[in-house]
Ligand binder design. Sequence first.
Ligand code: SIN
Length: 485
Amino acid sequence: MQQLQDKHLVKPFSYINGSWHSSESSFVVTNPANGEEIVKVSDAGIAETELAVKAAKDALKSWSAKSANERATLLRNWFNLMMQHQDDLGRILTSEQGKPLSEAKGEIAYGAAFIEWFAEEGKRVYGDTIPAPANDKRIVVIKQPVGVVASITPWNFPNAMIARKAAAALAAGCTFVVRPATQTPLSALAMAELAERAGIPAGVFNVVVGTDARGIGEVLTQHPDVAKFTFTGSTGVGKSLIAQCASTVKKVSMELGGNAPFIVFDDADIDAAVQGAMTSKYRNAGQTCVCTNRIFVQQGVLAEFTEKFTAAVADLSIGNGLHDGVNVGPMISATAVADVDKLVRASIAAGATLVLGGEGHAQGNNFYLPTILTNVTNDMPIASNEIFGPVSPIIPFADEDEVLAMANDTEYGLAAYFYTRDIGRVWRVGEGLEFGMVGINEGIISNAAAPFGGVKQSGNGREGSKYGLDDYMEIKYLCMGGIDK
Ligand code: SIN
């Protein structure tokens, strides 16, 4: 943090109605790489969350009345400021979250890209005219902002998960309240500082930081002035939040857990598949919802793929994300490490073979070595659970039908990947995978232009892309009569 060019980006308070809001108690934000305290942050609770919802409600009328162009100008200012401060924002992010600095800077650009995208997309909210069933009537459809949007966002992408929700909400004319994860509030608060510098009016973007997850969550999901709730996180928590939203029938969008299959067919370019699996699996130490969770390899290329993949994984450099050359940082906590290790142990007990890793690292309790297991079956704990850590289970398969059945045999449906050079198979498998997003000969699929989201218990709604505004808009039908003379 000493190396920041702009130290004012580190804020230890919630941002409500355009002001920094201190509370009586505070909590400590630590660097997961070494456990060092970064800063103490004011611990906001129910009262502050209610204030933030009120601020968002009060700001709604004037923000939604602005033209799309006016909102676009302010969003573009915000985008520009985020990119100007990319280095500092990346450093703050790595310090509180752990991912390597180059990845953190990549996340800042990824988050900013949503702000730029929706600044433009907000200008293209088109309505419709519909031929009426009678001559004296006209039917017109307009789209209007939903209202106040509340959200809860995770620690694995402390910037981008806020940016892709807030940018769509603000571009649509909604106002926004977010509770970021308590492990990573500083990235959210730095975004608020830049939103203010960008000229985004008080009350439009509010950040409530507090450890009372239940109390704050209940306000955000049950307050009658909140029209829409959006969450990124685990499927278990998502289900409870959806239930809480039922009492006021909120519009809801959820980006939940995943169990991504990564399929390598006999005809694949094996080097490309190894590369794709590396980026898809080990990005963010395996802590993303779209991370490869199960690697299925066809028998004919099993030995070649496993050998090349193992060599690449063994080459990864593990350490503090702020240090040069590090590819894999710490996990978010020692509990997260223990959860992953439990899945590994249980799967070895069930017959899997440990090829690499499978233990902690001298760097400290939050580190887990990049791990490979072979002889895995689809029903072992490491394959049937979302791992959320740097472990690759390799599962052999014989043919297309078998692998499609195994890949789809999960309650999740977020991302899937497969590698093949057979054009017919590209279509058959692409269409047959029951997932919201499919990477074909590609391990990285996330970007602002594409619709991010899942099916089954991985959630609903889409973020980014031309579809991303729909979740923040209501369709209204105007029926005009009395047109005949
Ligand atoms: C997530 O893990 O929830 C998001 C990953 C991404 O946007 O690529």
